[in-house]
Write a protein that binds this ligand. Structure first.
Ligand code: ADP
Ligand code: MG
Length: 381
């Protein structure tokens, strides 16, 4: 379900193992639909299309968080679906997601940022000024920083909520972040789970820009706590599939859960070139009920996200290709493009994984590639 780049990379992994694939996505030009054996372009809730999909498929997964949970529930009447509609419904809704983090906090050892739910004017009136300065986030459909507004005062909060059209929101206290990281867990039907090493993530303008994964990227104690928490969060809903949990490490060294994605995640793309199994391979295995093996990272890695901005020279609206030949001349670079024909600023077009024998050479190659692409050199030190 869903035909974006995550679906495309899942389809690649499934096809590499000999599976046939079918993609349901309304866009006739979707990145995954274009390479799948079957492409049903229909609305996610179209009952004919769901019926056809359940006849074509032996199992169904999702690559897109905002596939209506109802569509997954309908499919589950006919065919195994992983992750389950309930788990996706929690991840789709920040209110339910935070409640899940709170519910798991005894088992996970960590909580989330202080927050208030705002669903009506009474909730708004009851908000404590302790949550300011804060970030108002719409409960649903937010991604890449969309649906979020910084607010300093209660008056700004009221105006910001008004501007959302009074949809359900959470107000979160703005926390002093030292760094951001995430953990990808794959959990099978039998409750067995494996995880990738935690990733350190750098965002620019609310969008993931750089992921680094090597032993210097995160304090080891923080990495261990994040893994334990992510596994508890997956266990807490009997999750089946690949789950990514994002964390903040605060300036005082404490860790809080930020959000979770019921699917492979942009911060896990390095696994395609730096690990013996990728996050997409594990998604295939969880869906097919195949054994989950603990992934082994065989190379330190840095991933640079390639947004549509790179397709435009400064101050120009003329689309051109970035200097791929020069970038690929740098040893250890692996280019992944998603087959999107039109570049738009802020649109995820691809990513560049950089691997090497040691961290210093990976850092040097990443800096070189970033310079060739016109990206700031921003690898964490
Ligand atoms: P999205 O769905 O857009 O990824 P997030 O809730 O992850 O939404 O927020 C995007 C980014 O905004 C985070 O990765 C982080 O950099 C910043 N951010 C979000 N919430 C907070 C917070 N409570 N305090 C400080 N920074 C935050
Ligand atoms: Mg996020």
């Amino acid at each position: 379900m869903g035909g974006g780049q995550l679906g495309r990379m899942f389809v690649h992994a499934a096809q590499a193992t000999g599976y046939f694939t079918a993609v349901l996505d309304p866009d006739p030009d979707s990145p995954a639909g274009r390479i799948s054996h079957h492409h049903l372009h229909a609305d996610y809730l179209d009952s004919d299309a769901l019926g056809r999909l359940s006849r074509l498929a032996d199992a169904v997964t999702t690559e897109f968080e905002n596939v209506p949970a109802q569509a997954l529930a309908t499919l589950a009447g006919d065919v195994p679906v992983a992750p389950a509609a309930d788990a996706v419904a929690i991840a789709q809704d920040r209110i339910r997601e935070k409640a899940h983090f709170v519910r798991c906090s005894a088992a996970s050892g960590i909580g989330c940022a202080p927050y208030a739910v705002i669903e009506n004017a009474d909730h708004l009136a009851a908000v404590s000024a302790d949550l300011l300065p804060g970030i108002l986030k719409t409960a649903r459909m937010g991604y890449d920083g969309k649906g979020q507004q910084g607010v300093q005062t209660l008056a700004e909060l009221a105006a910001a909520w008004e501007a959302t059209g009074r949809v359900p929101c959470v107000l979160e206290k703005r926390l002093p972040l030292a760094l951001e990281c995430s953990v990808i867990v794959a959990r099978g039907h039998d409750g067995q789970a494996v995880h990738f090493p935690p990733q350190r993530n750098l965002h620019r303008g609310g969008i993931l820009a750089v992921t680094e994964v090597h032993e210097q990227a995160l304090p080891p104690a923080v990495a261990a706590r994040a893994v334990e928490a992510a596994r508890a969060i997956a266990d807490g809903i009997g999750y089946v599939g690949v789950l990514c949990v994002e964390f903040f490490m605060l300036e005082d060294g404490s860790l809080v859960a930020n959000e979770m994605a019921p699917r492979p995640h942009n911060s896990g793309h390095y696994t395609m070139d730096a690990c013996d199994v990728s996050q997409f391979d594990l998604q295939v295995r969880t869906l097919a009920g195949l054994p989950l093996v603990a992934p082994r990272q065989h190379s330190p890695a840095i991933m640079l996200n390639l947004l549509g901005d790179l397709w435009f020279a400064e101050g120009s609206d003329q689309q051109r290709d970035p200097a791929w030949a020069q970038v690929l001349a740098v040893p250890g670079t692996h280019l992944h493009l998603y087959g999107k024909t039109e570049a738009r600023r802020g649109r995820k077009m691809g990513h560049l994984n950089i691997t090497g024998a040691d961290i210093a050479s990976v850092r040097a190659a990443a800096a070189q590639a970033a310079a060739l692409l016109g990206l700031p050199d921003s690898t964490a030190s």
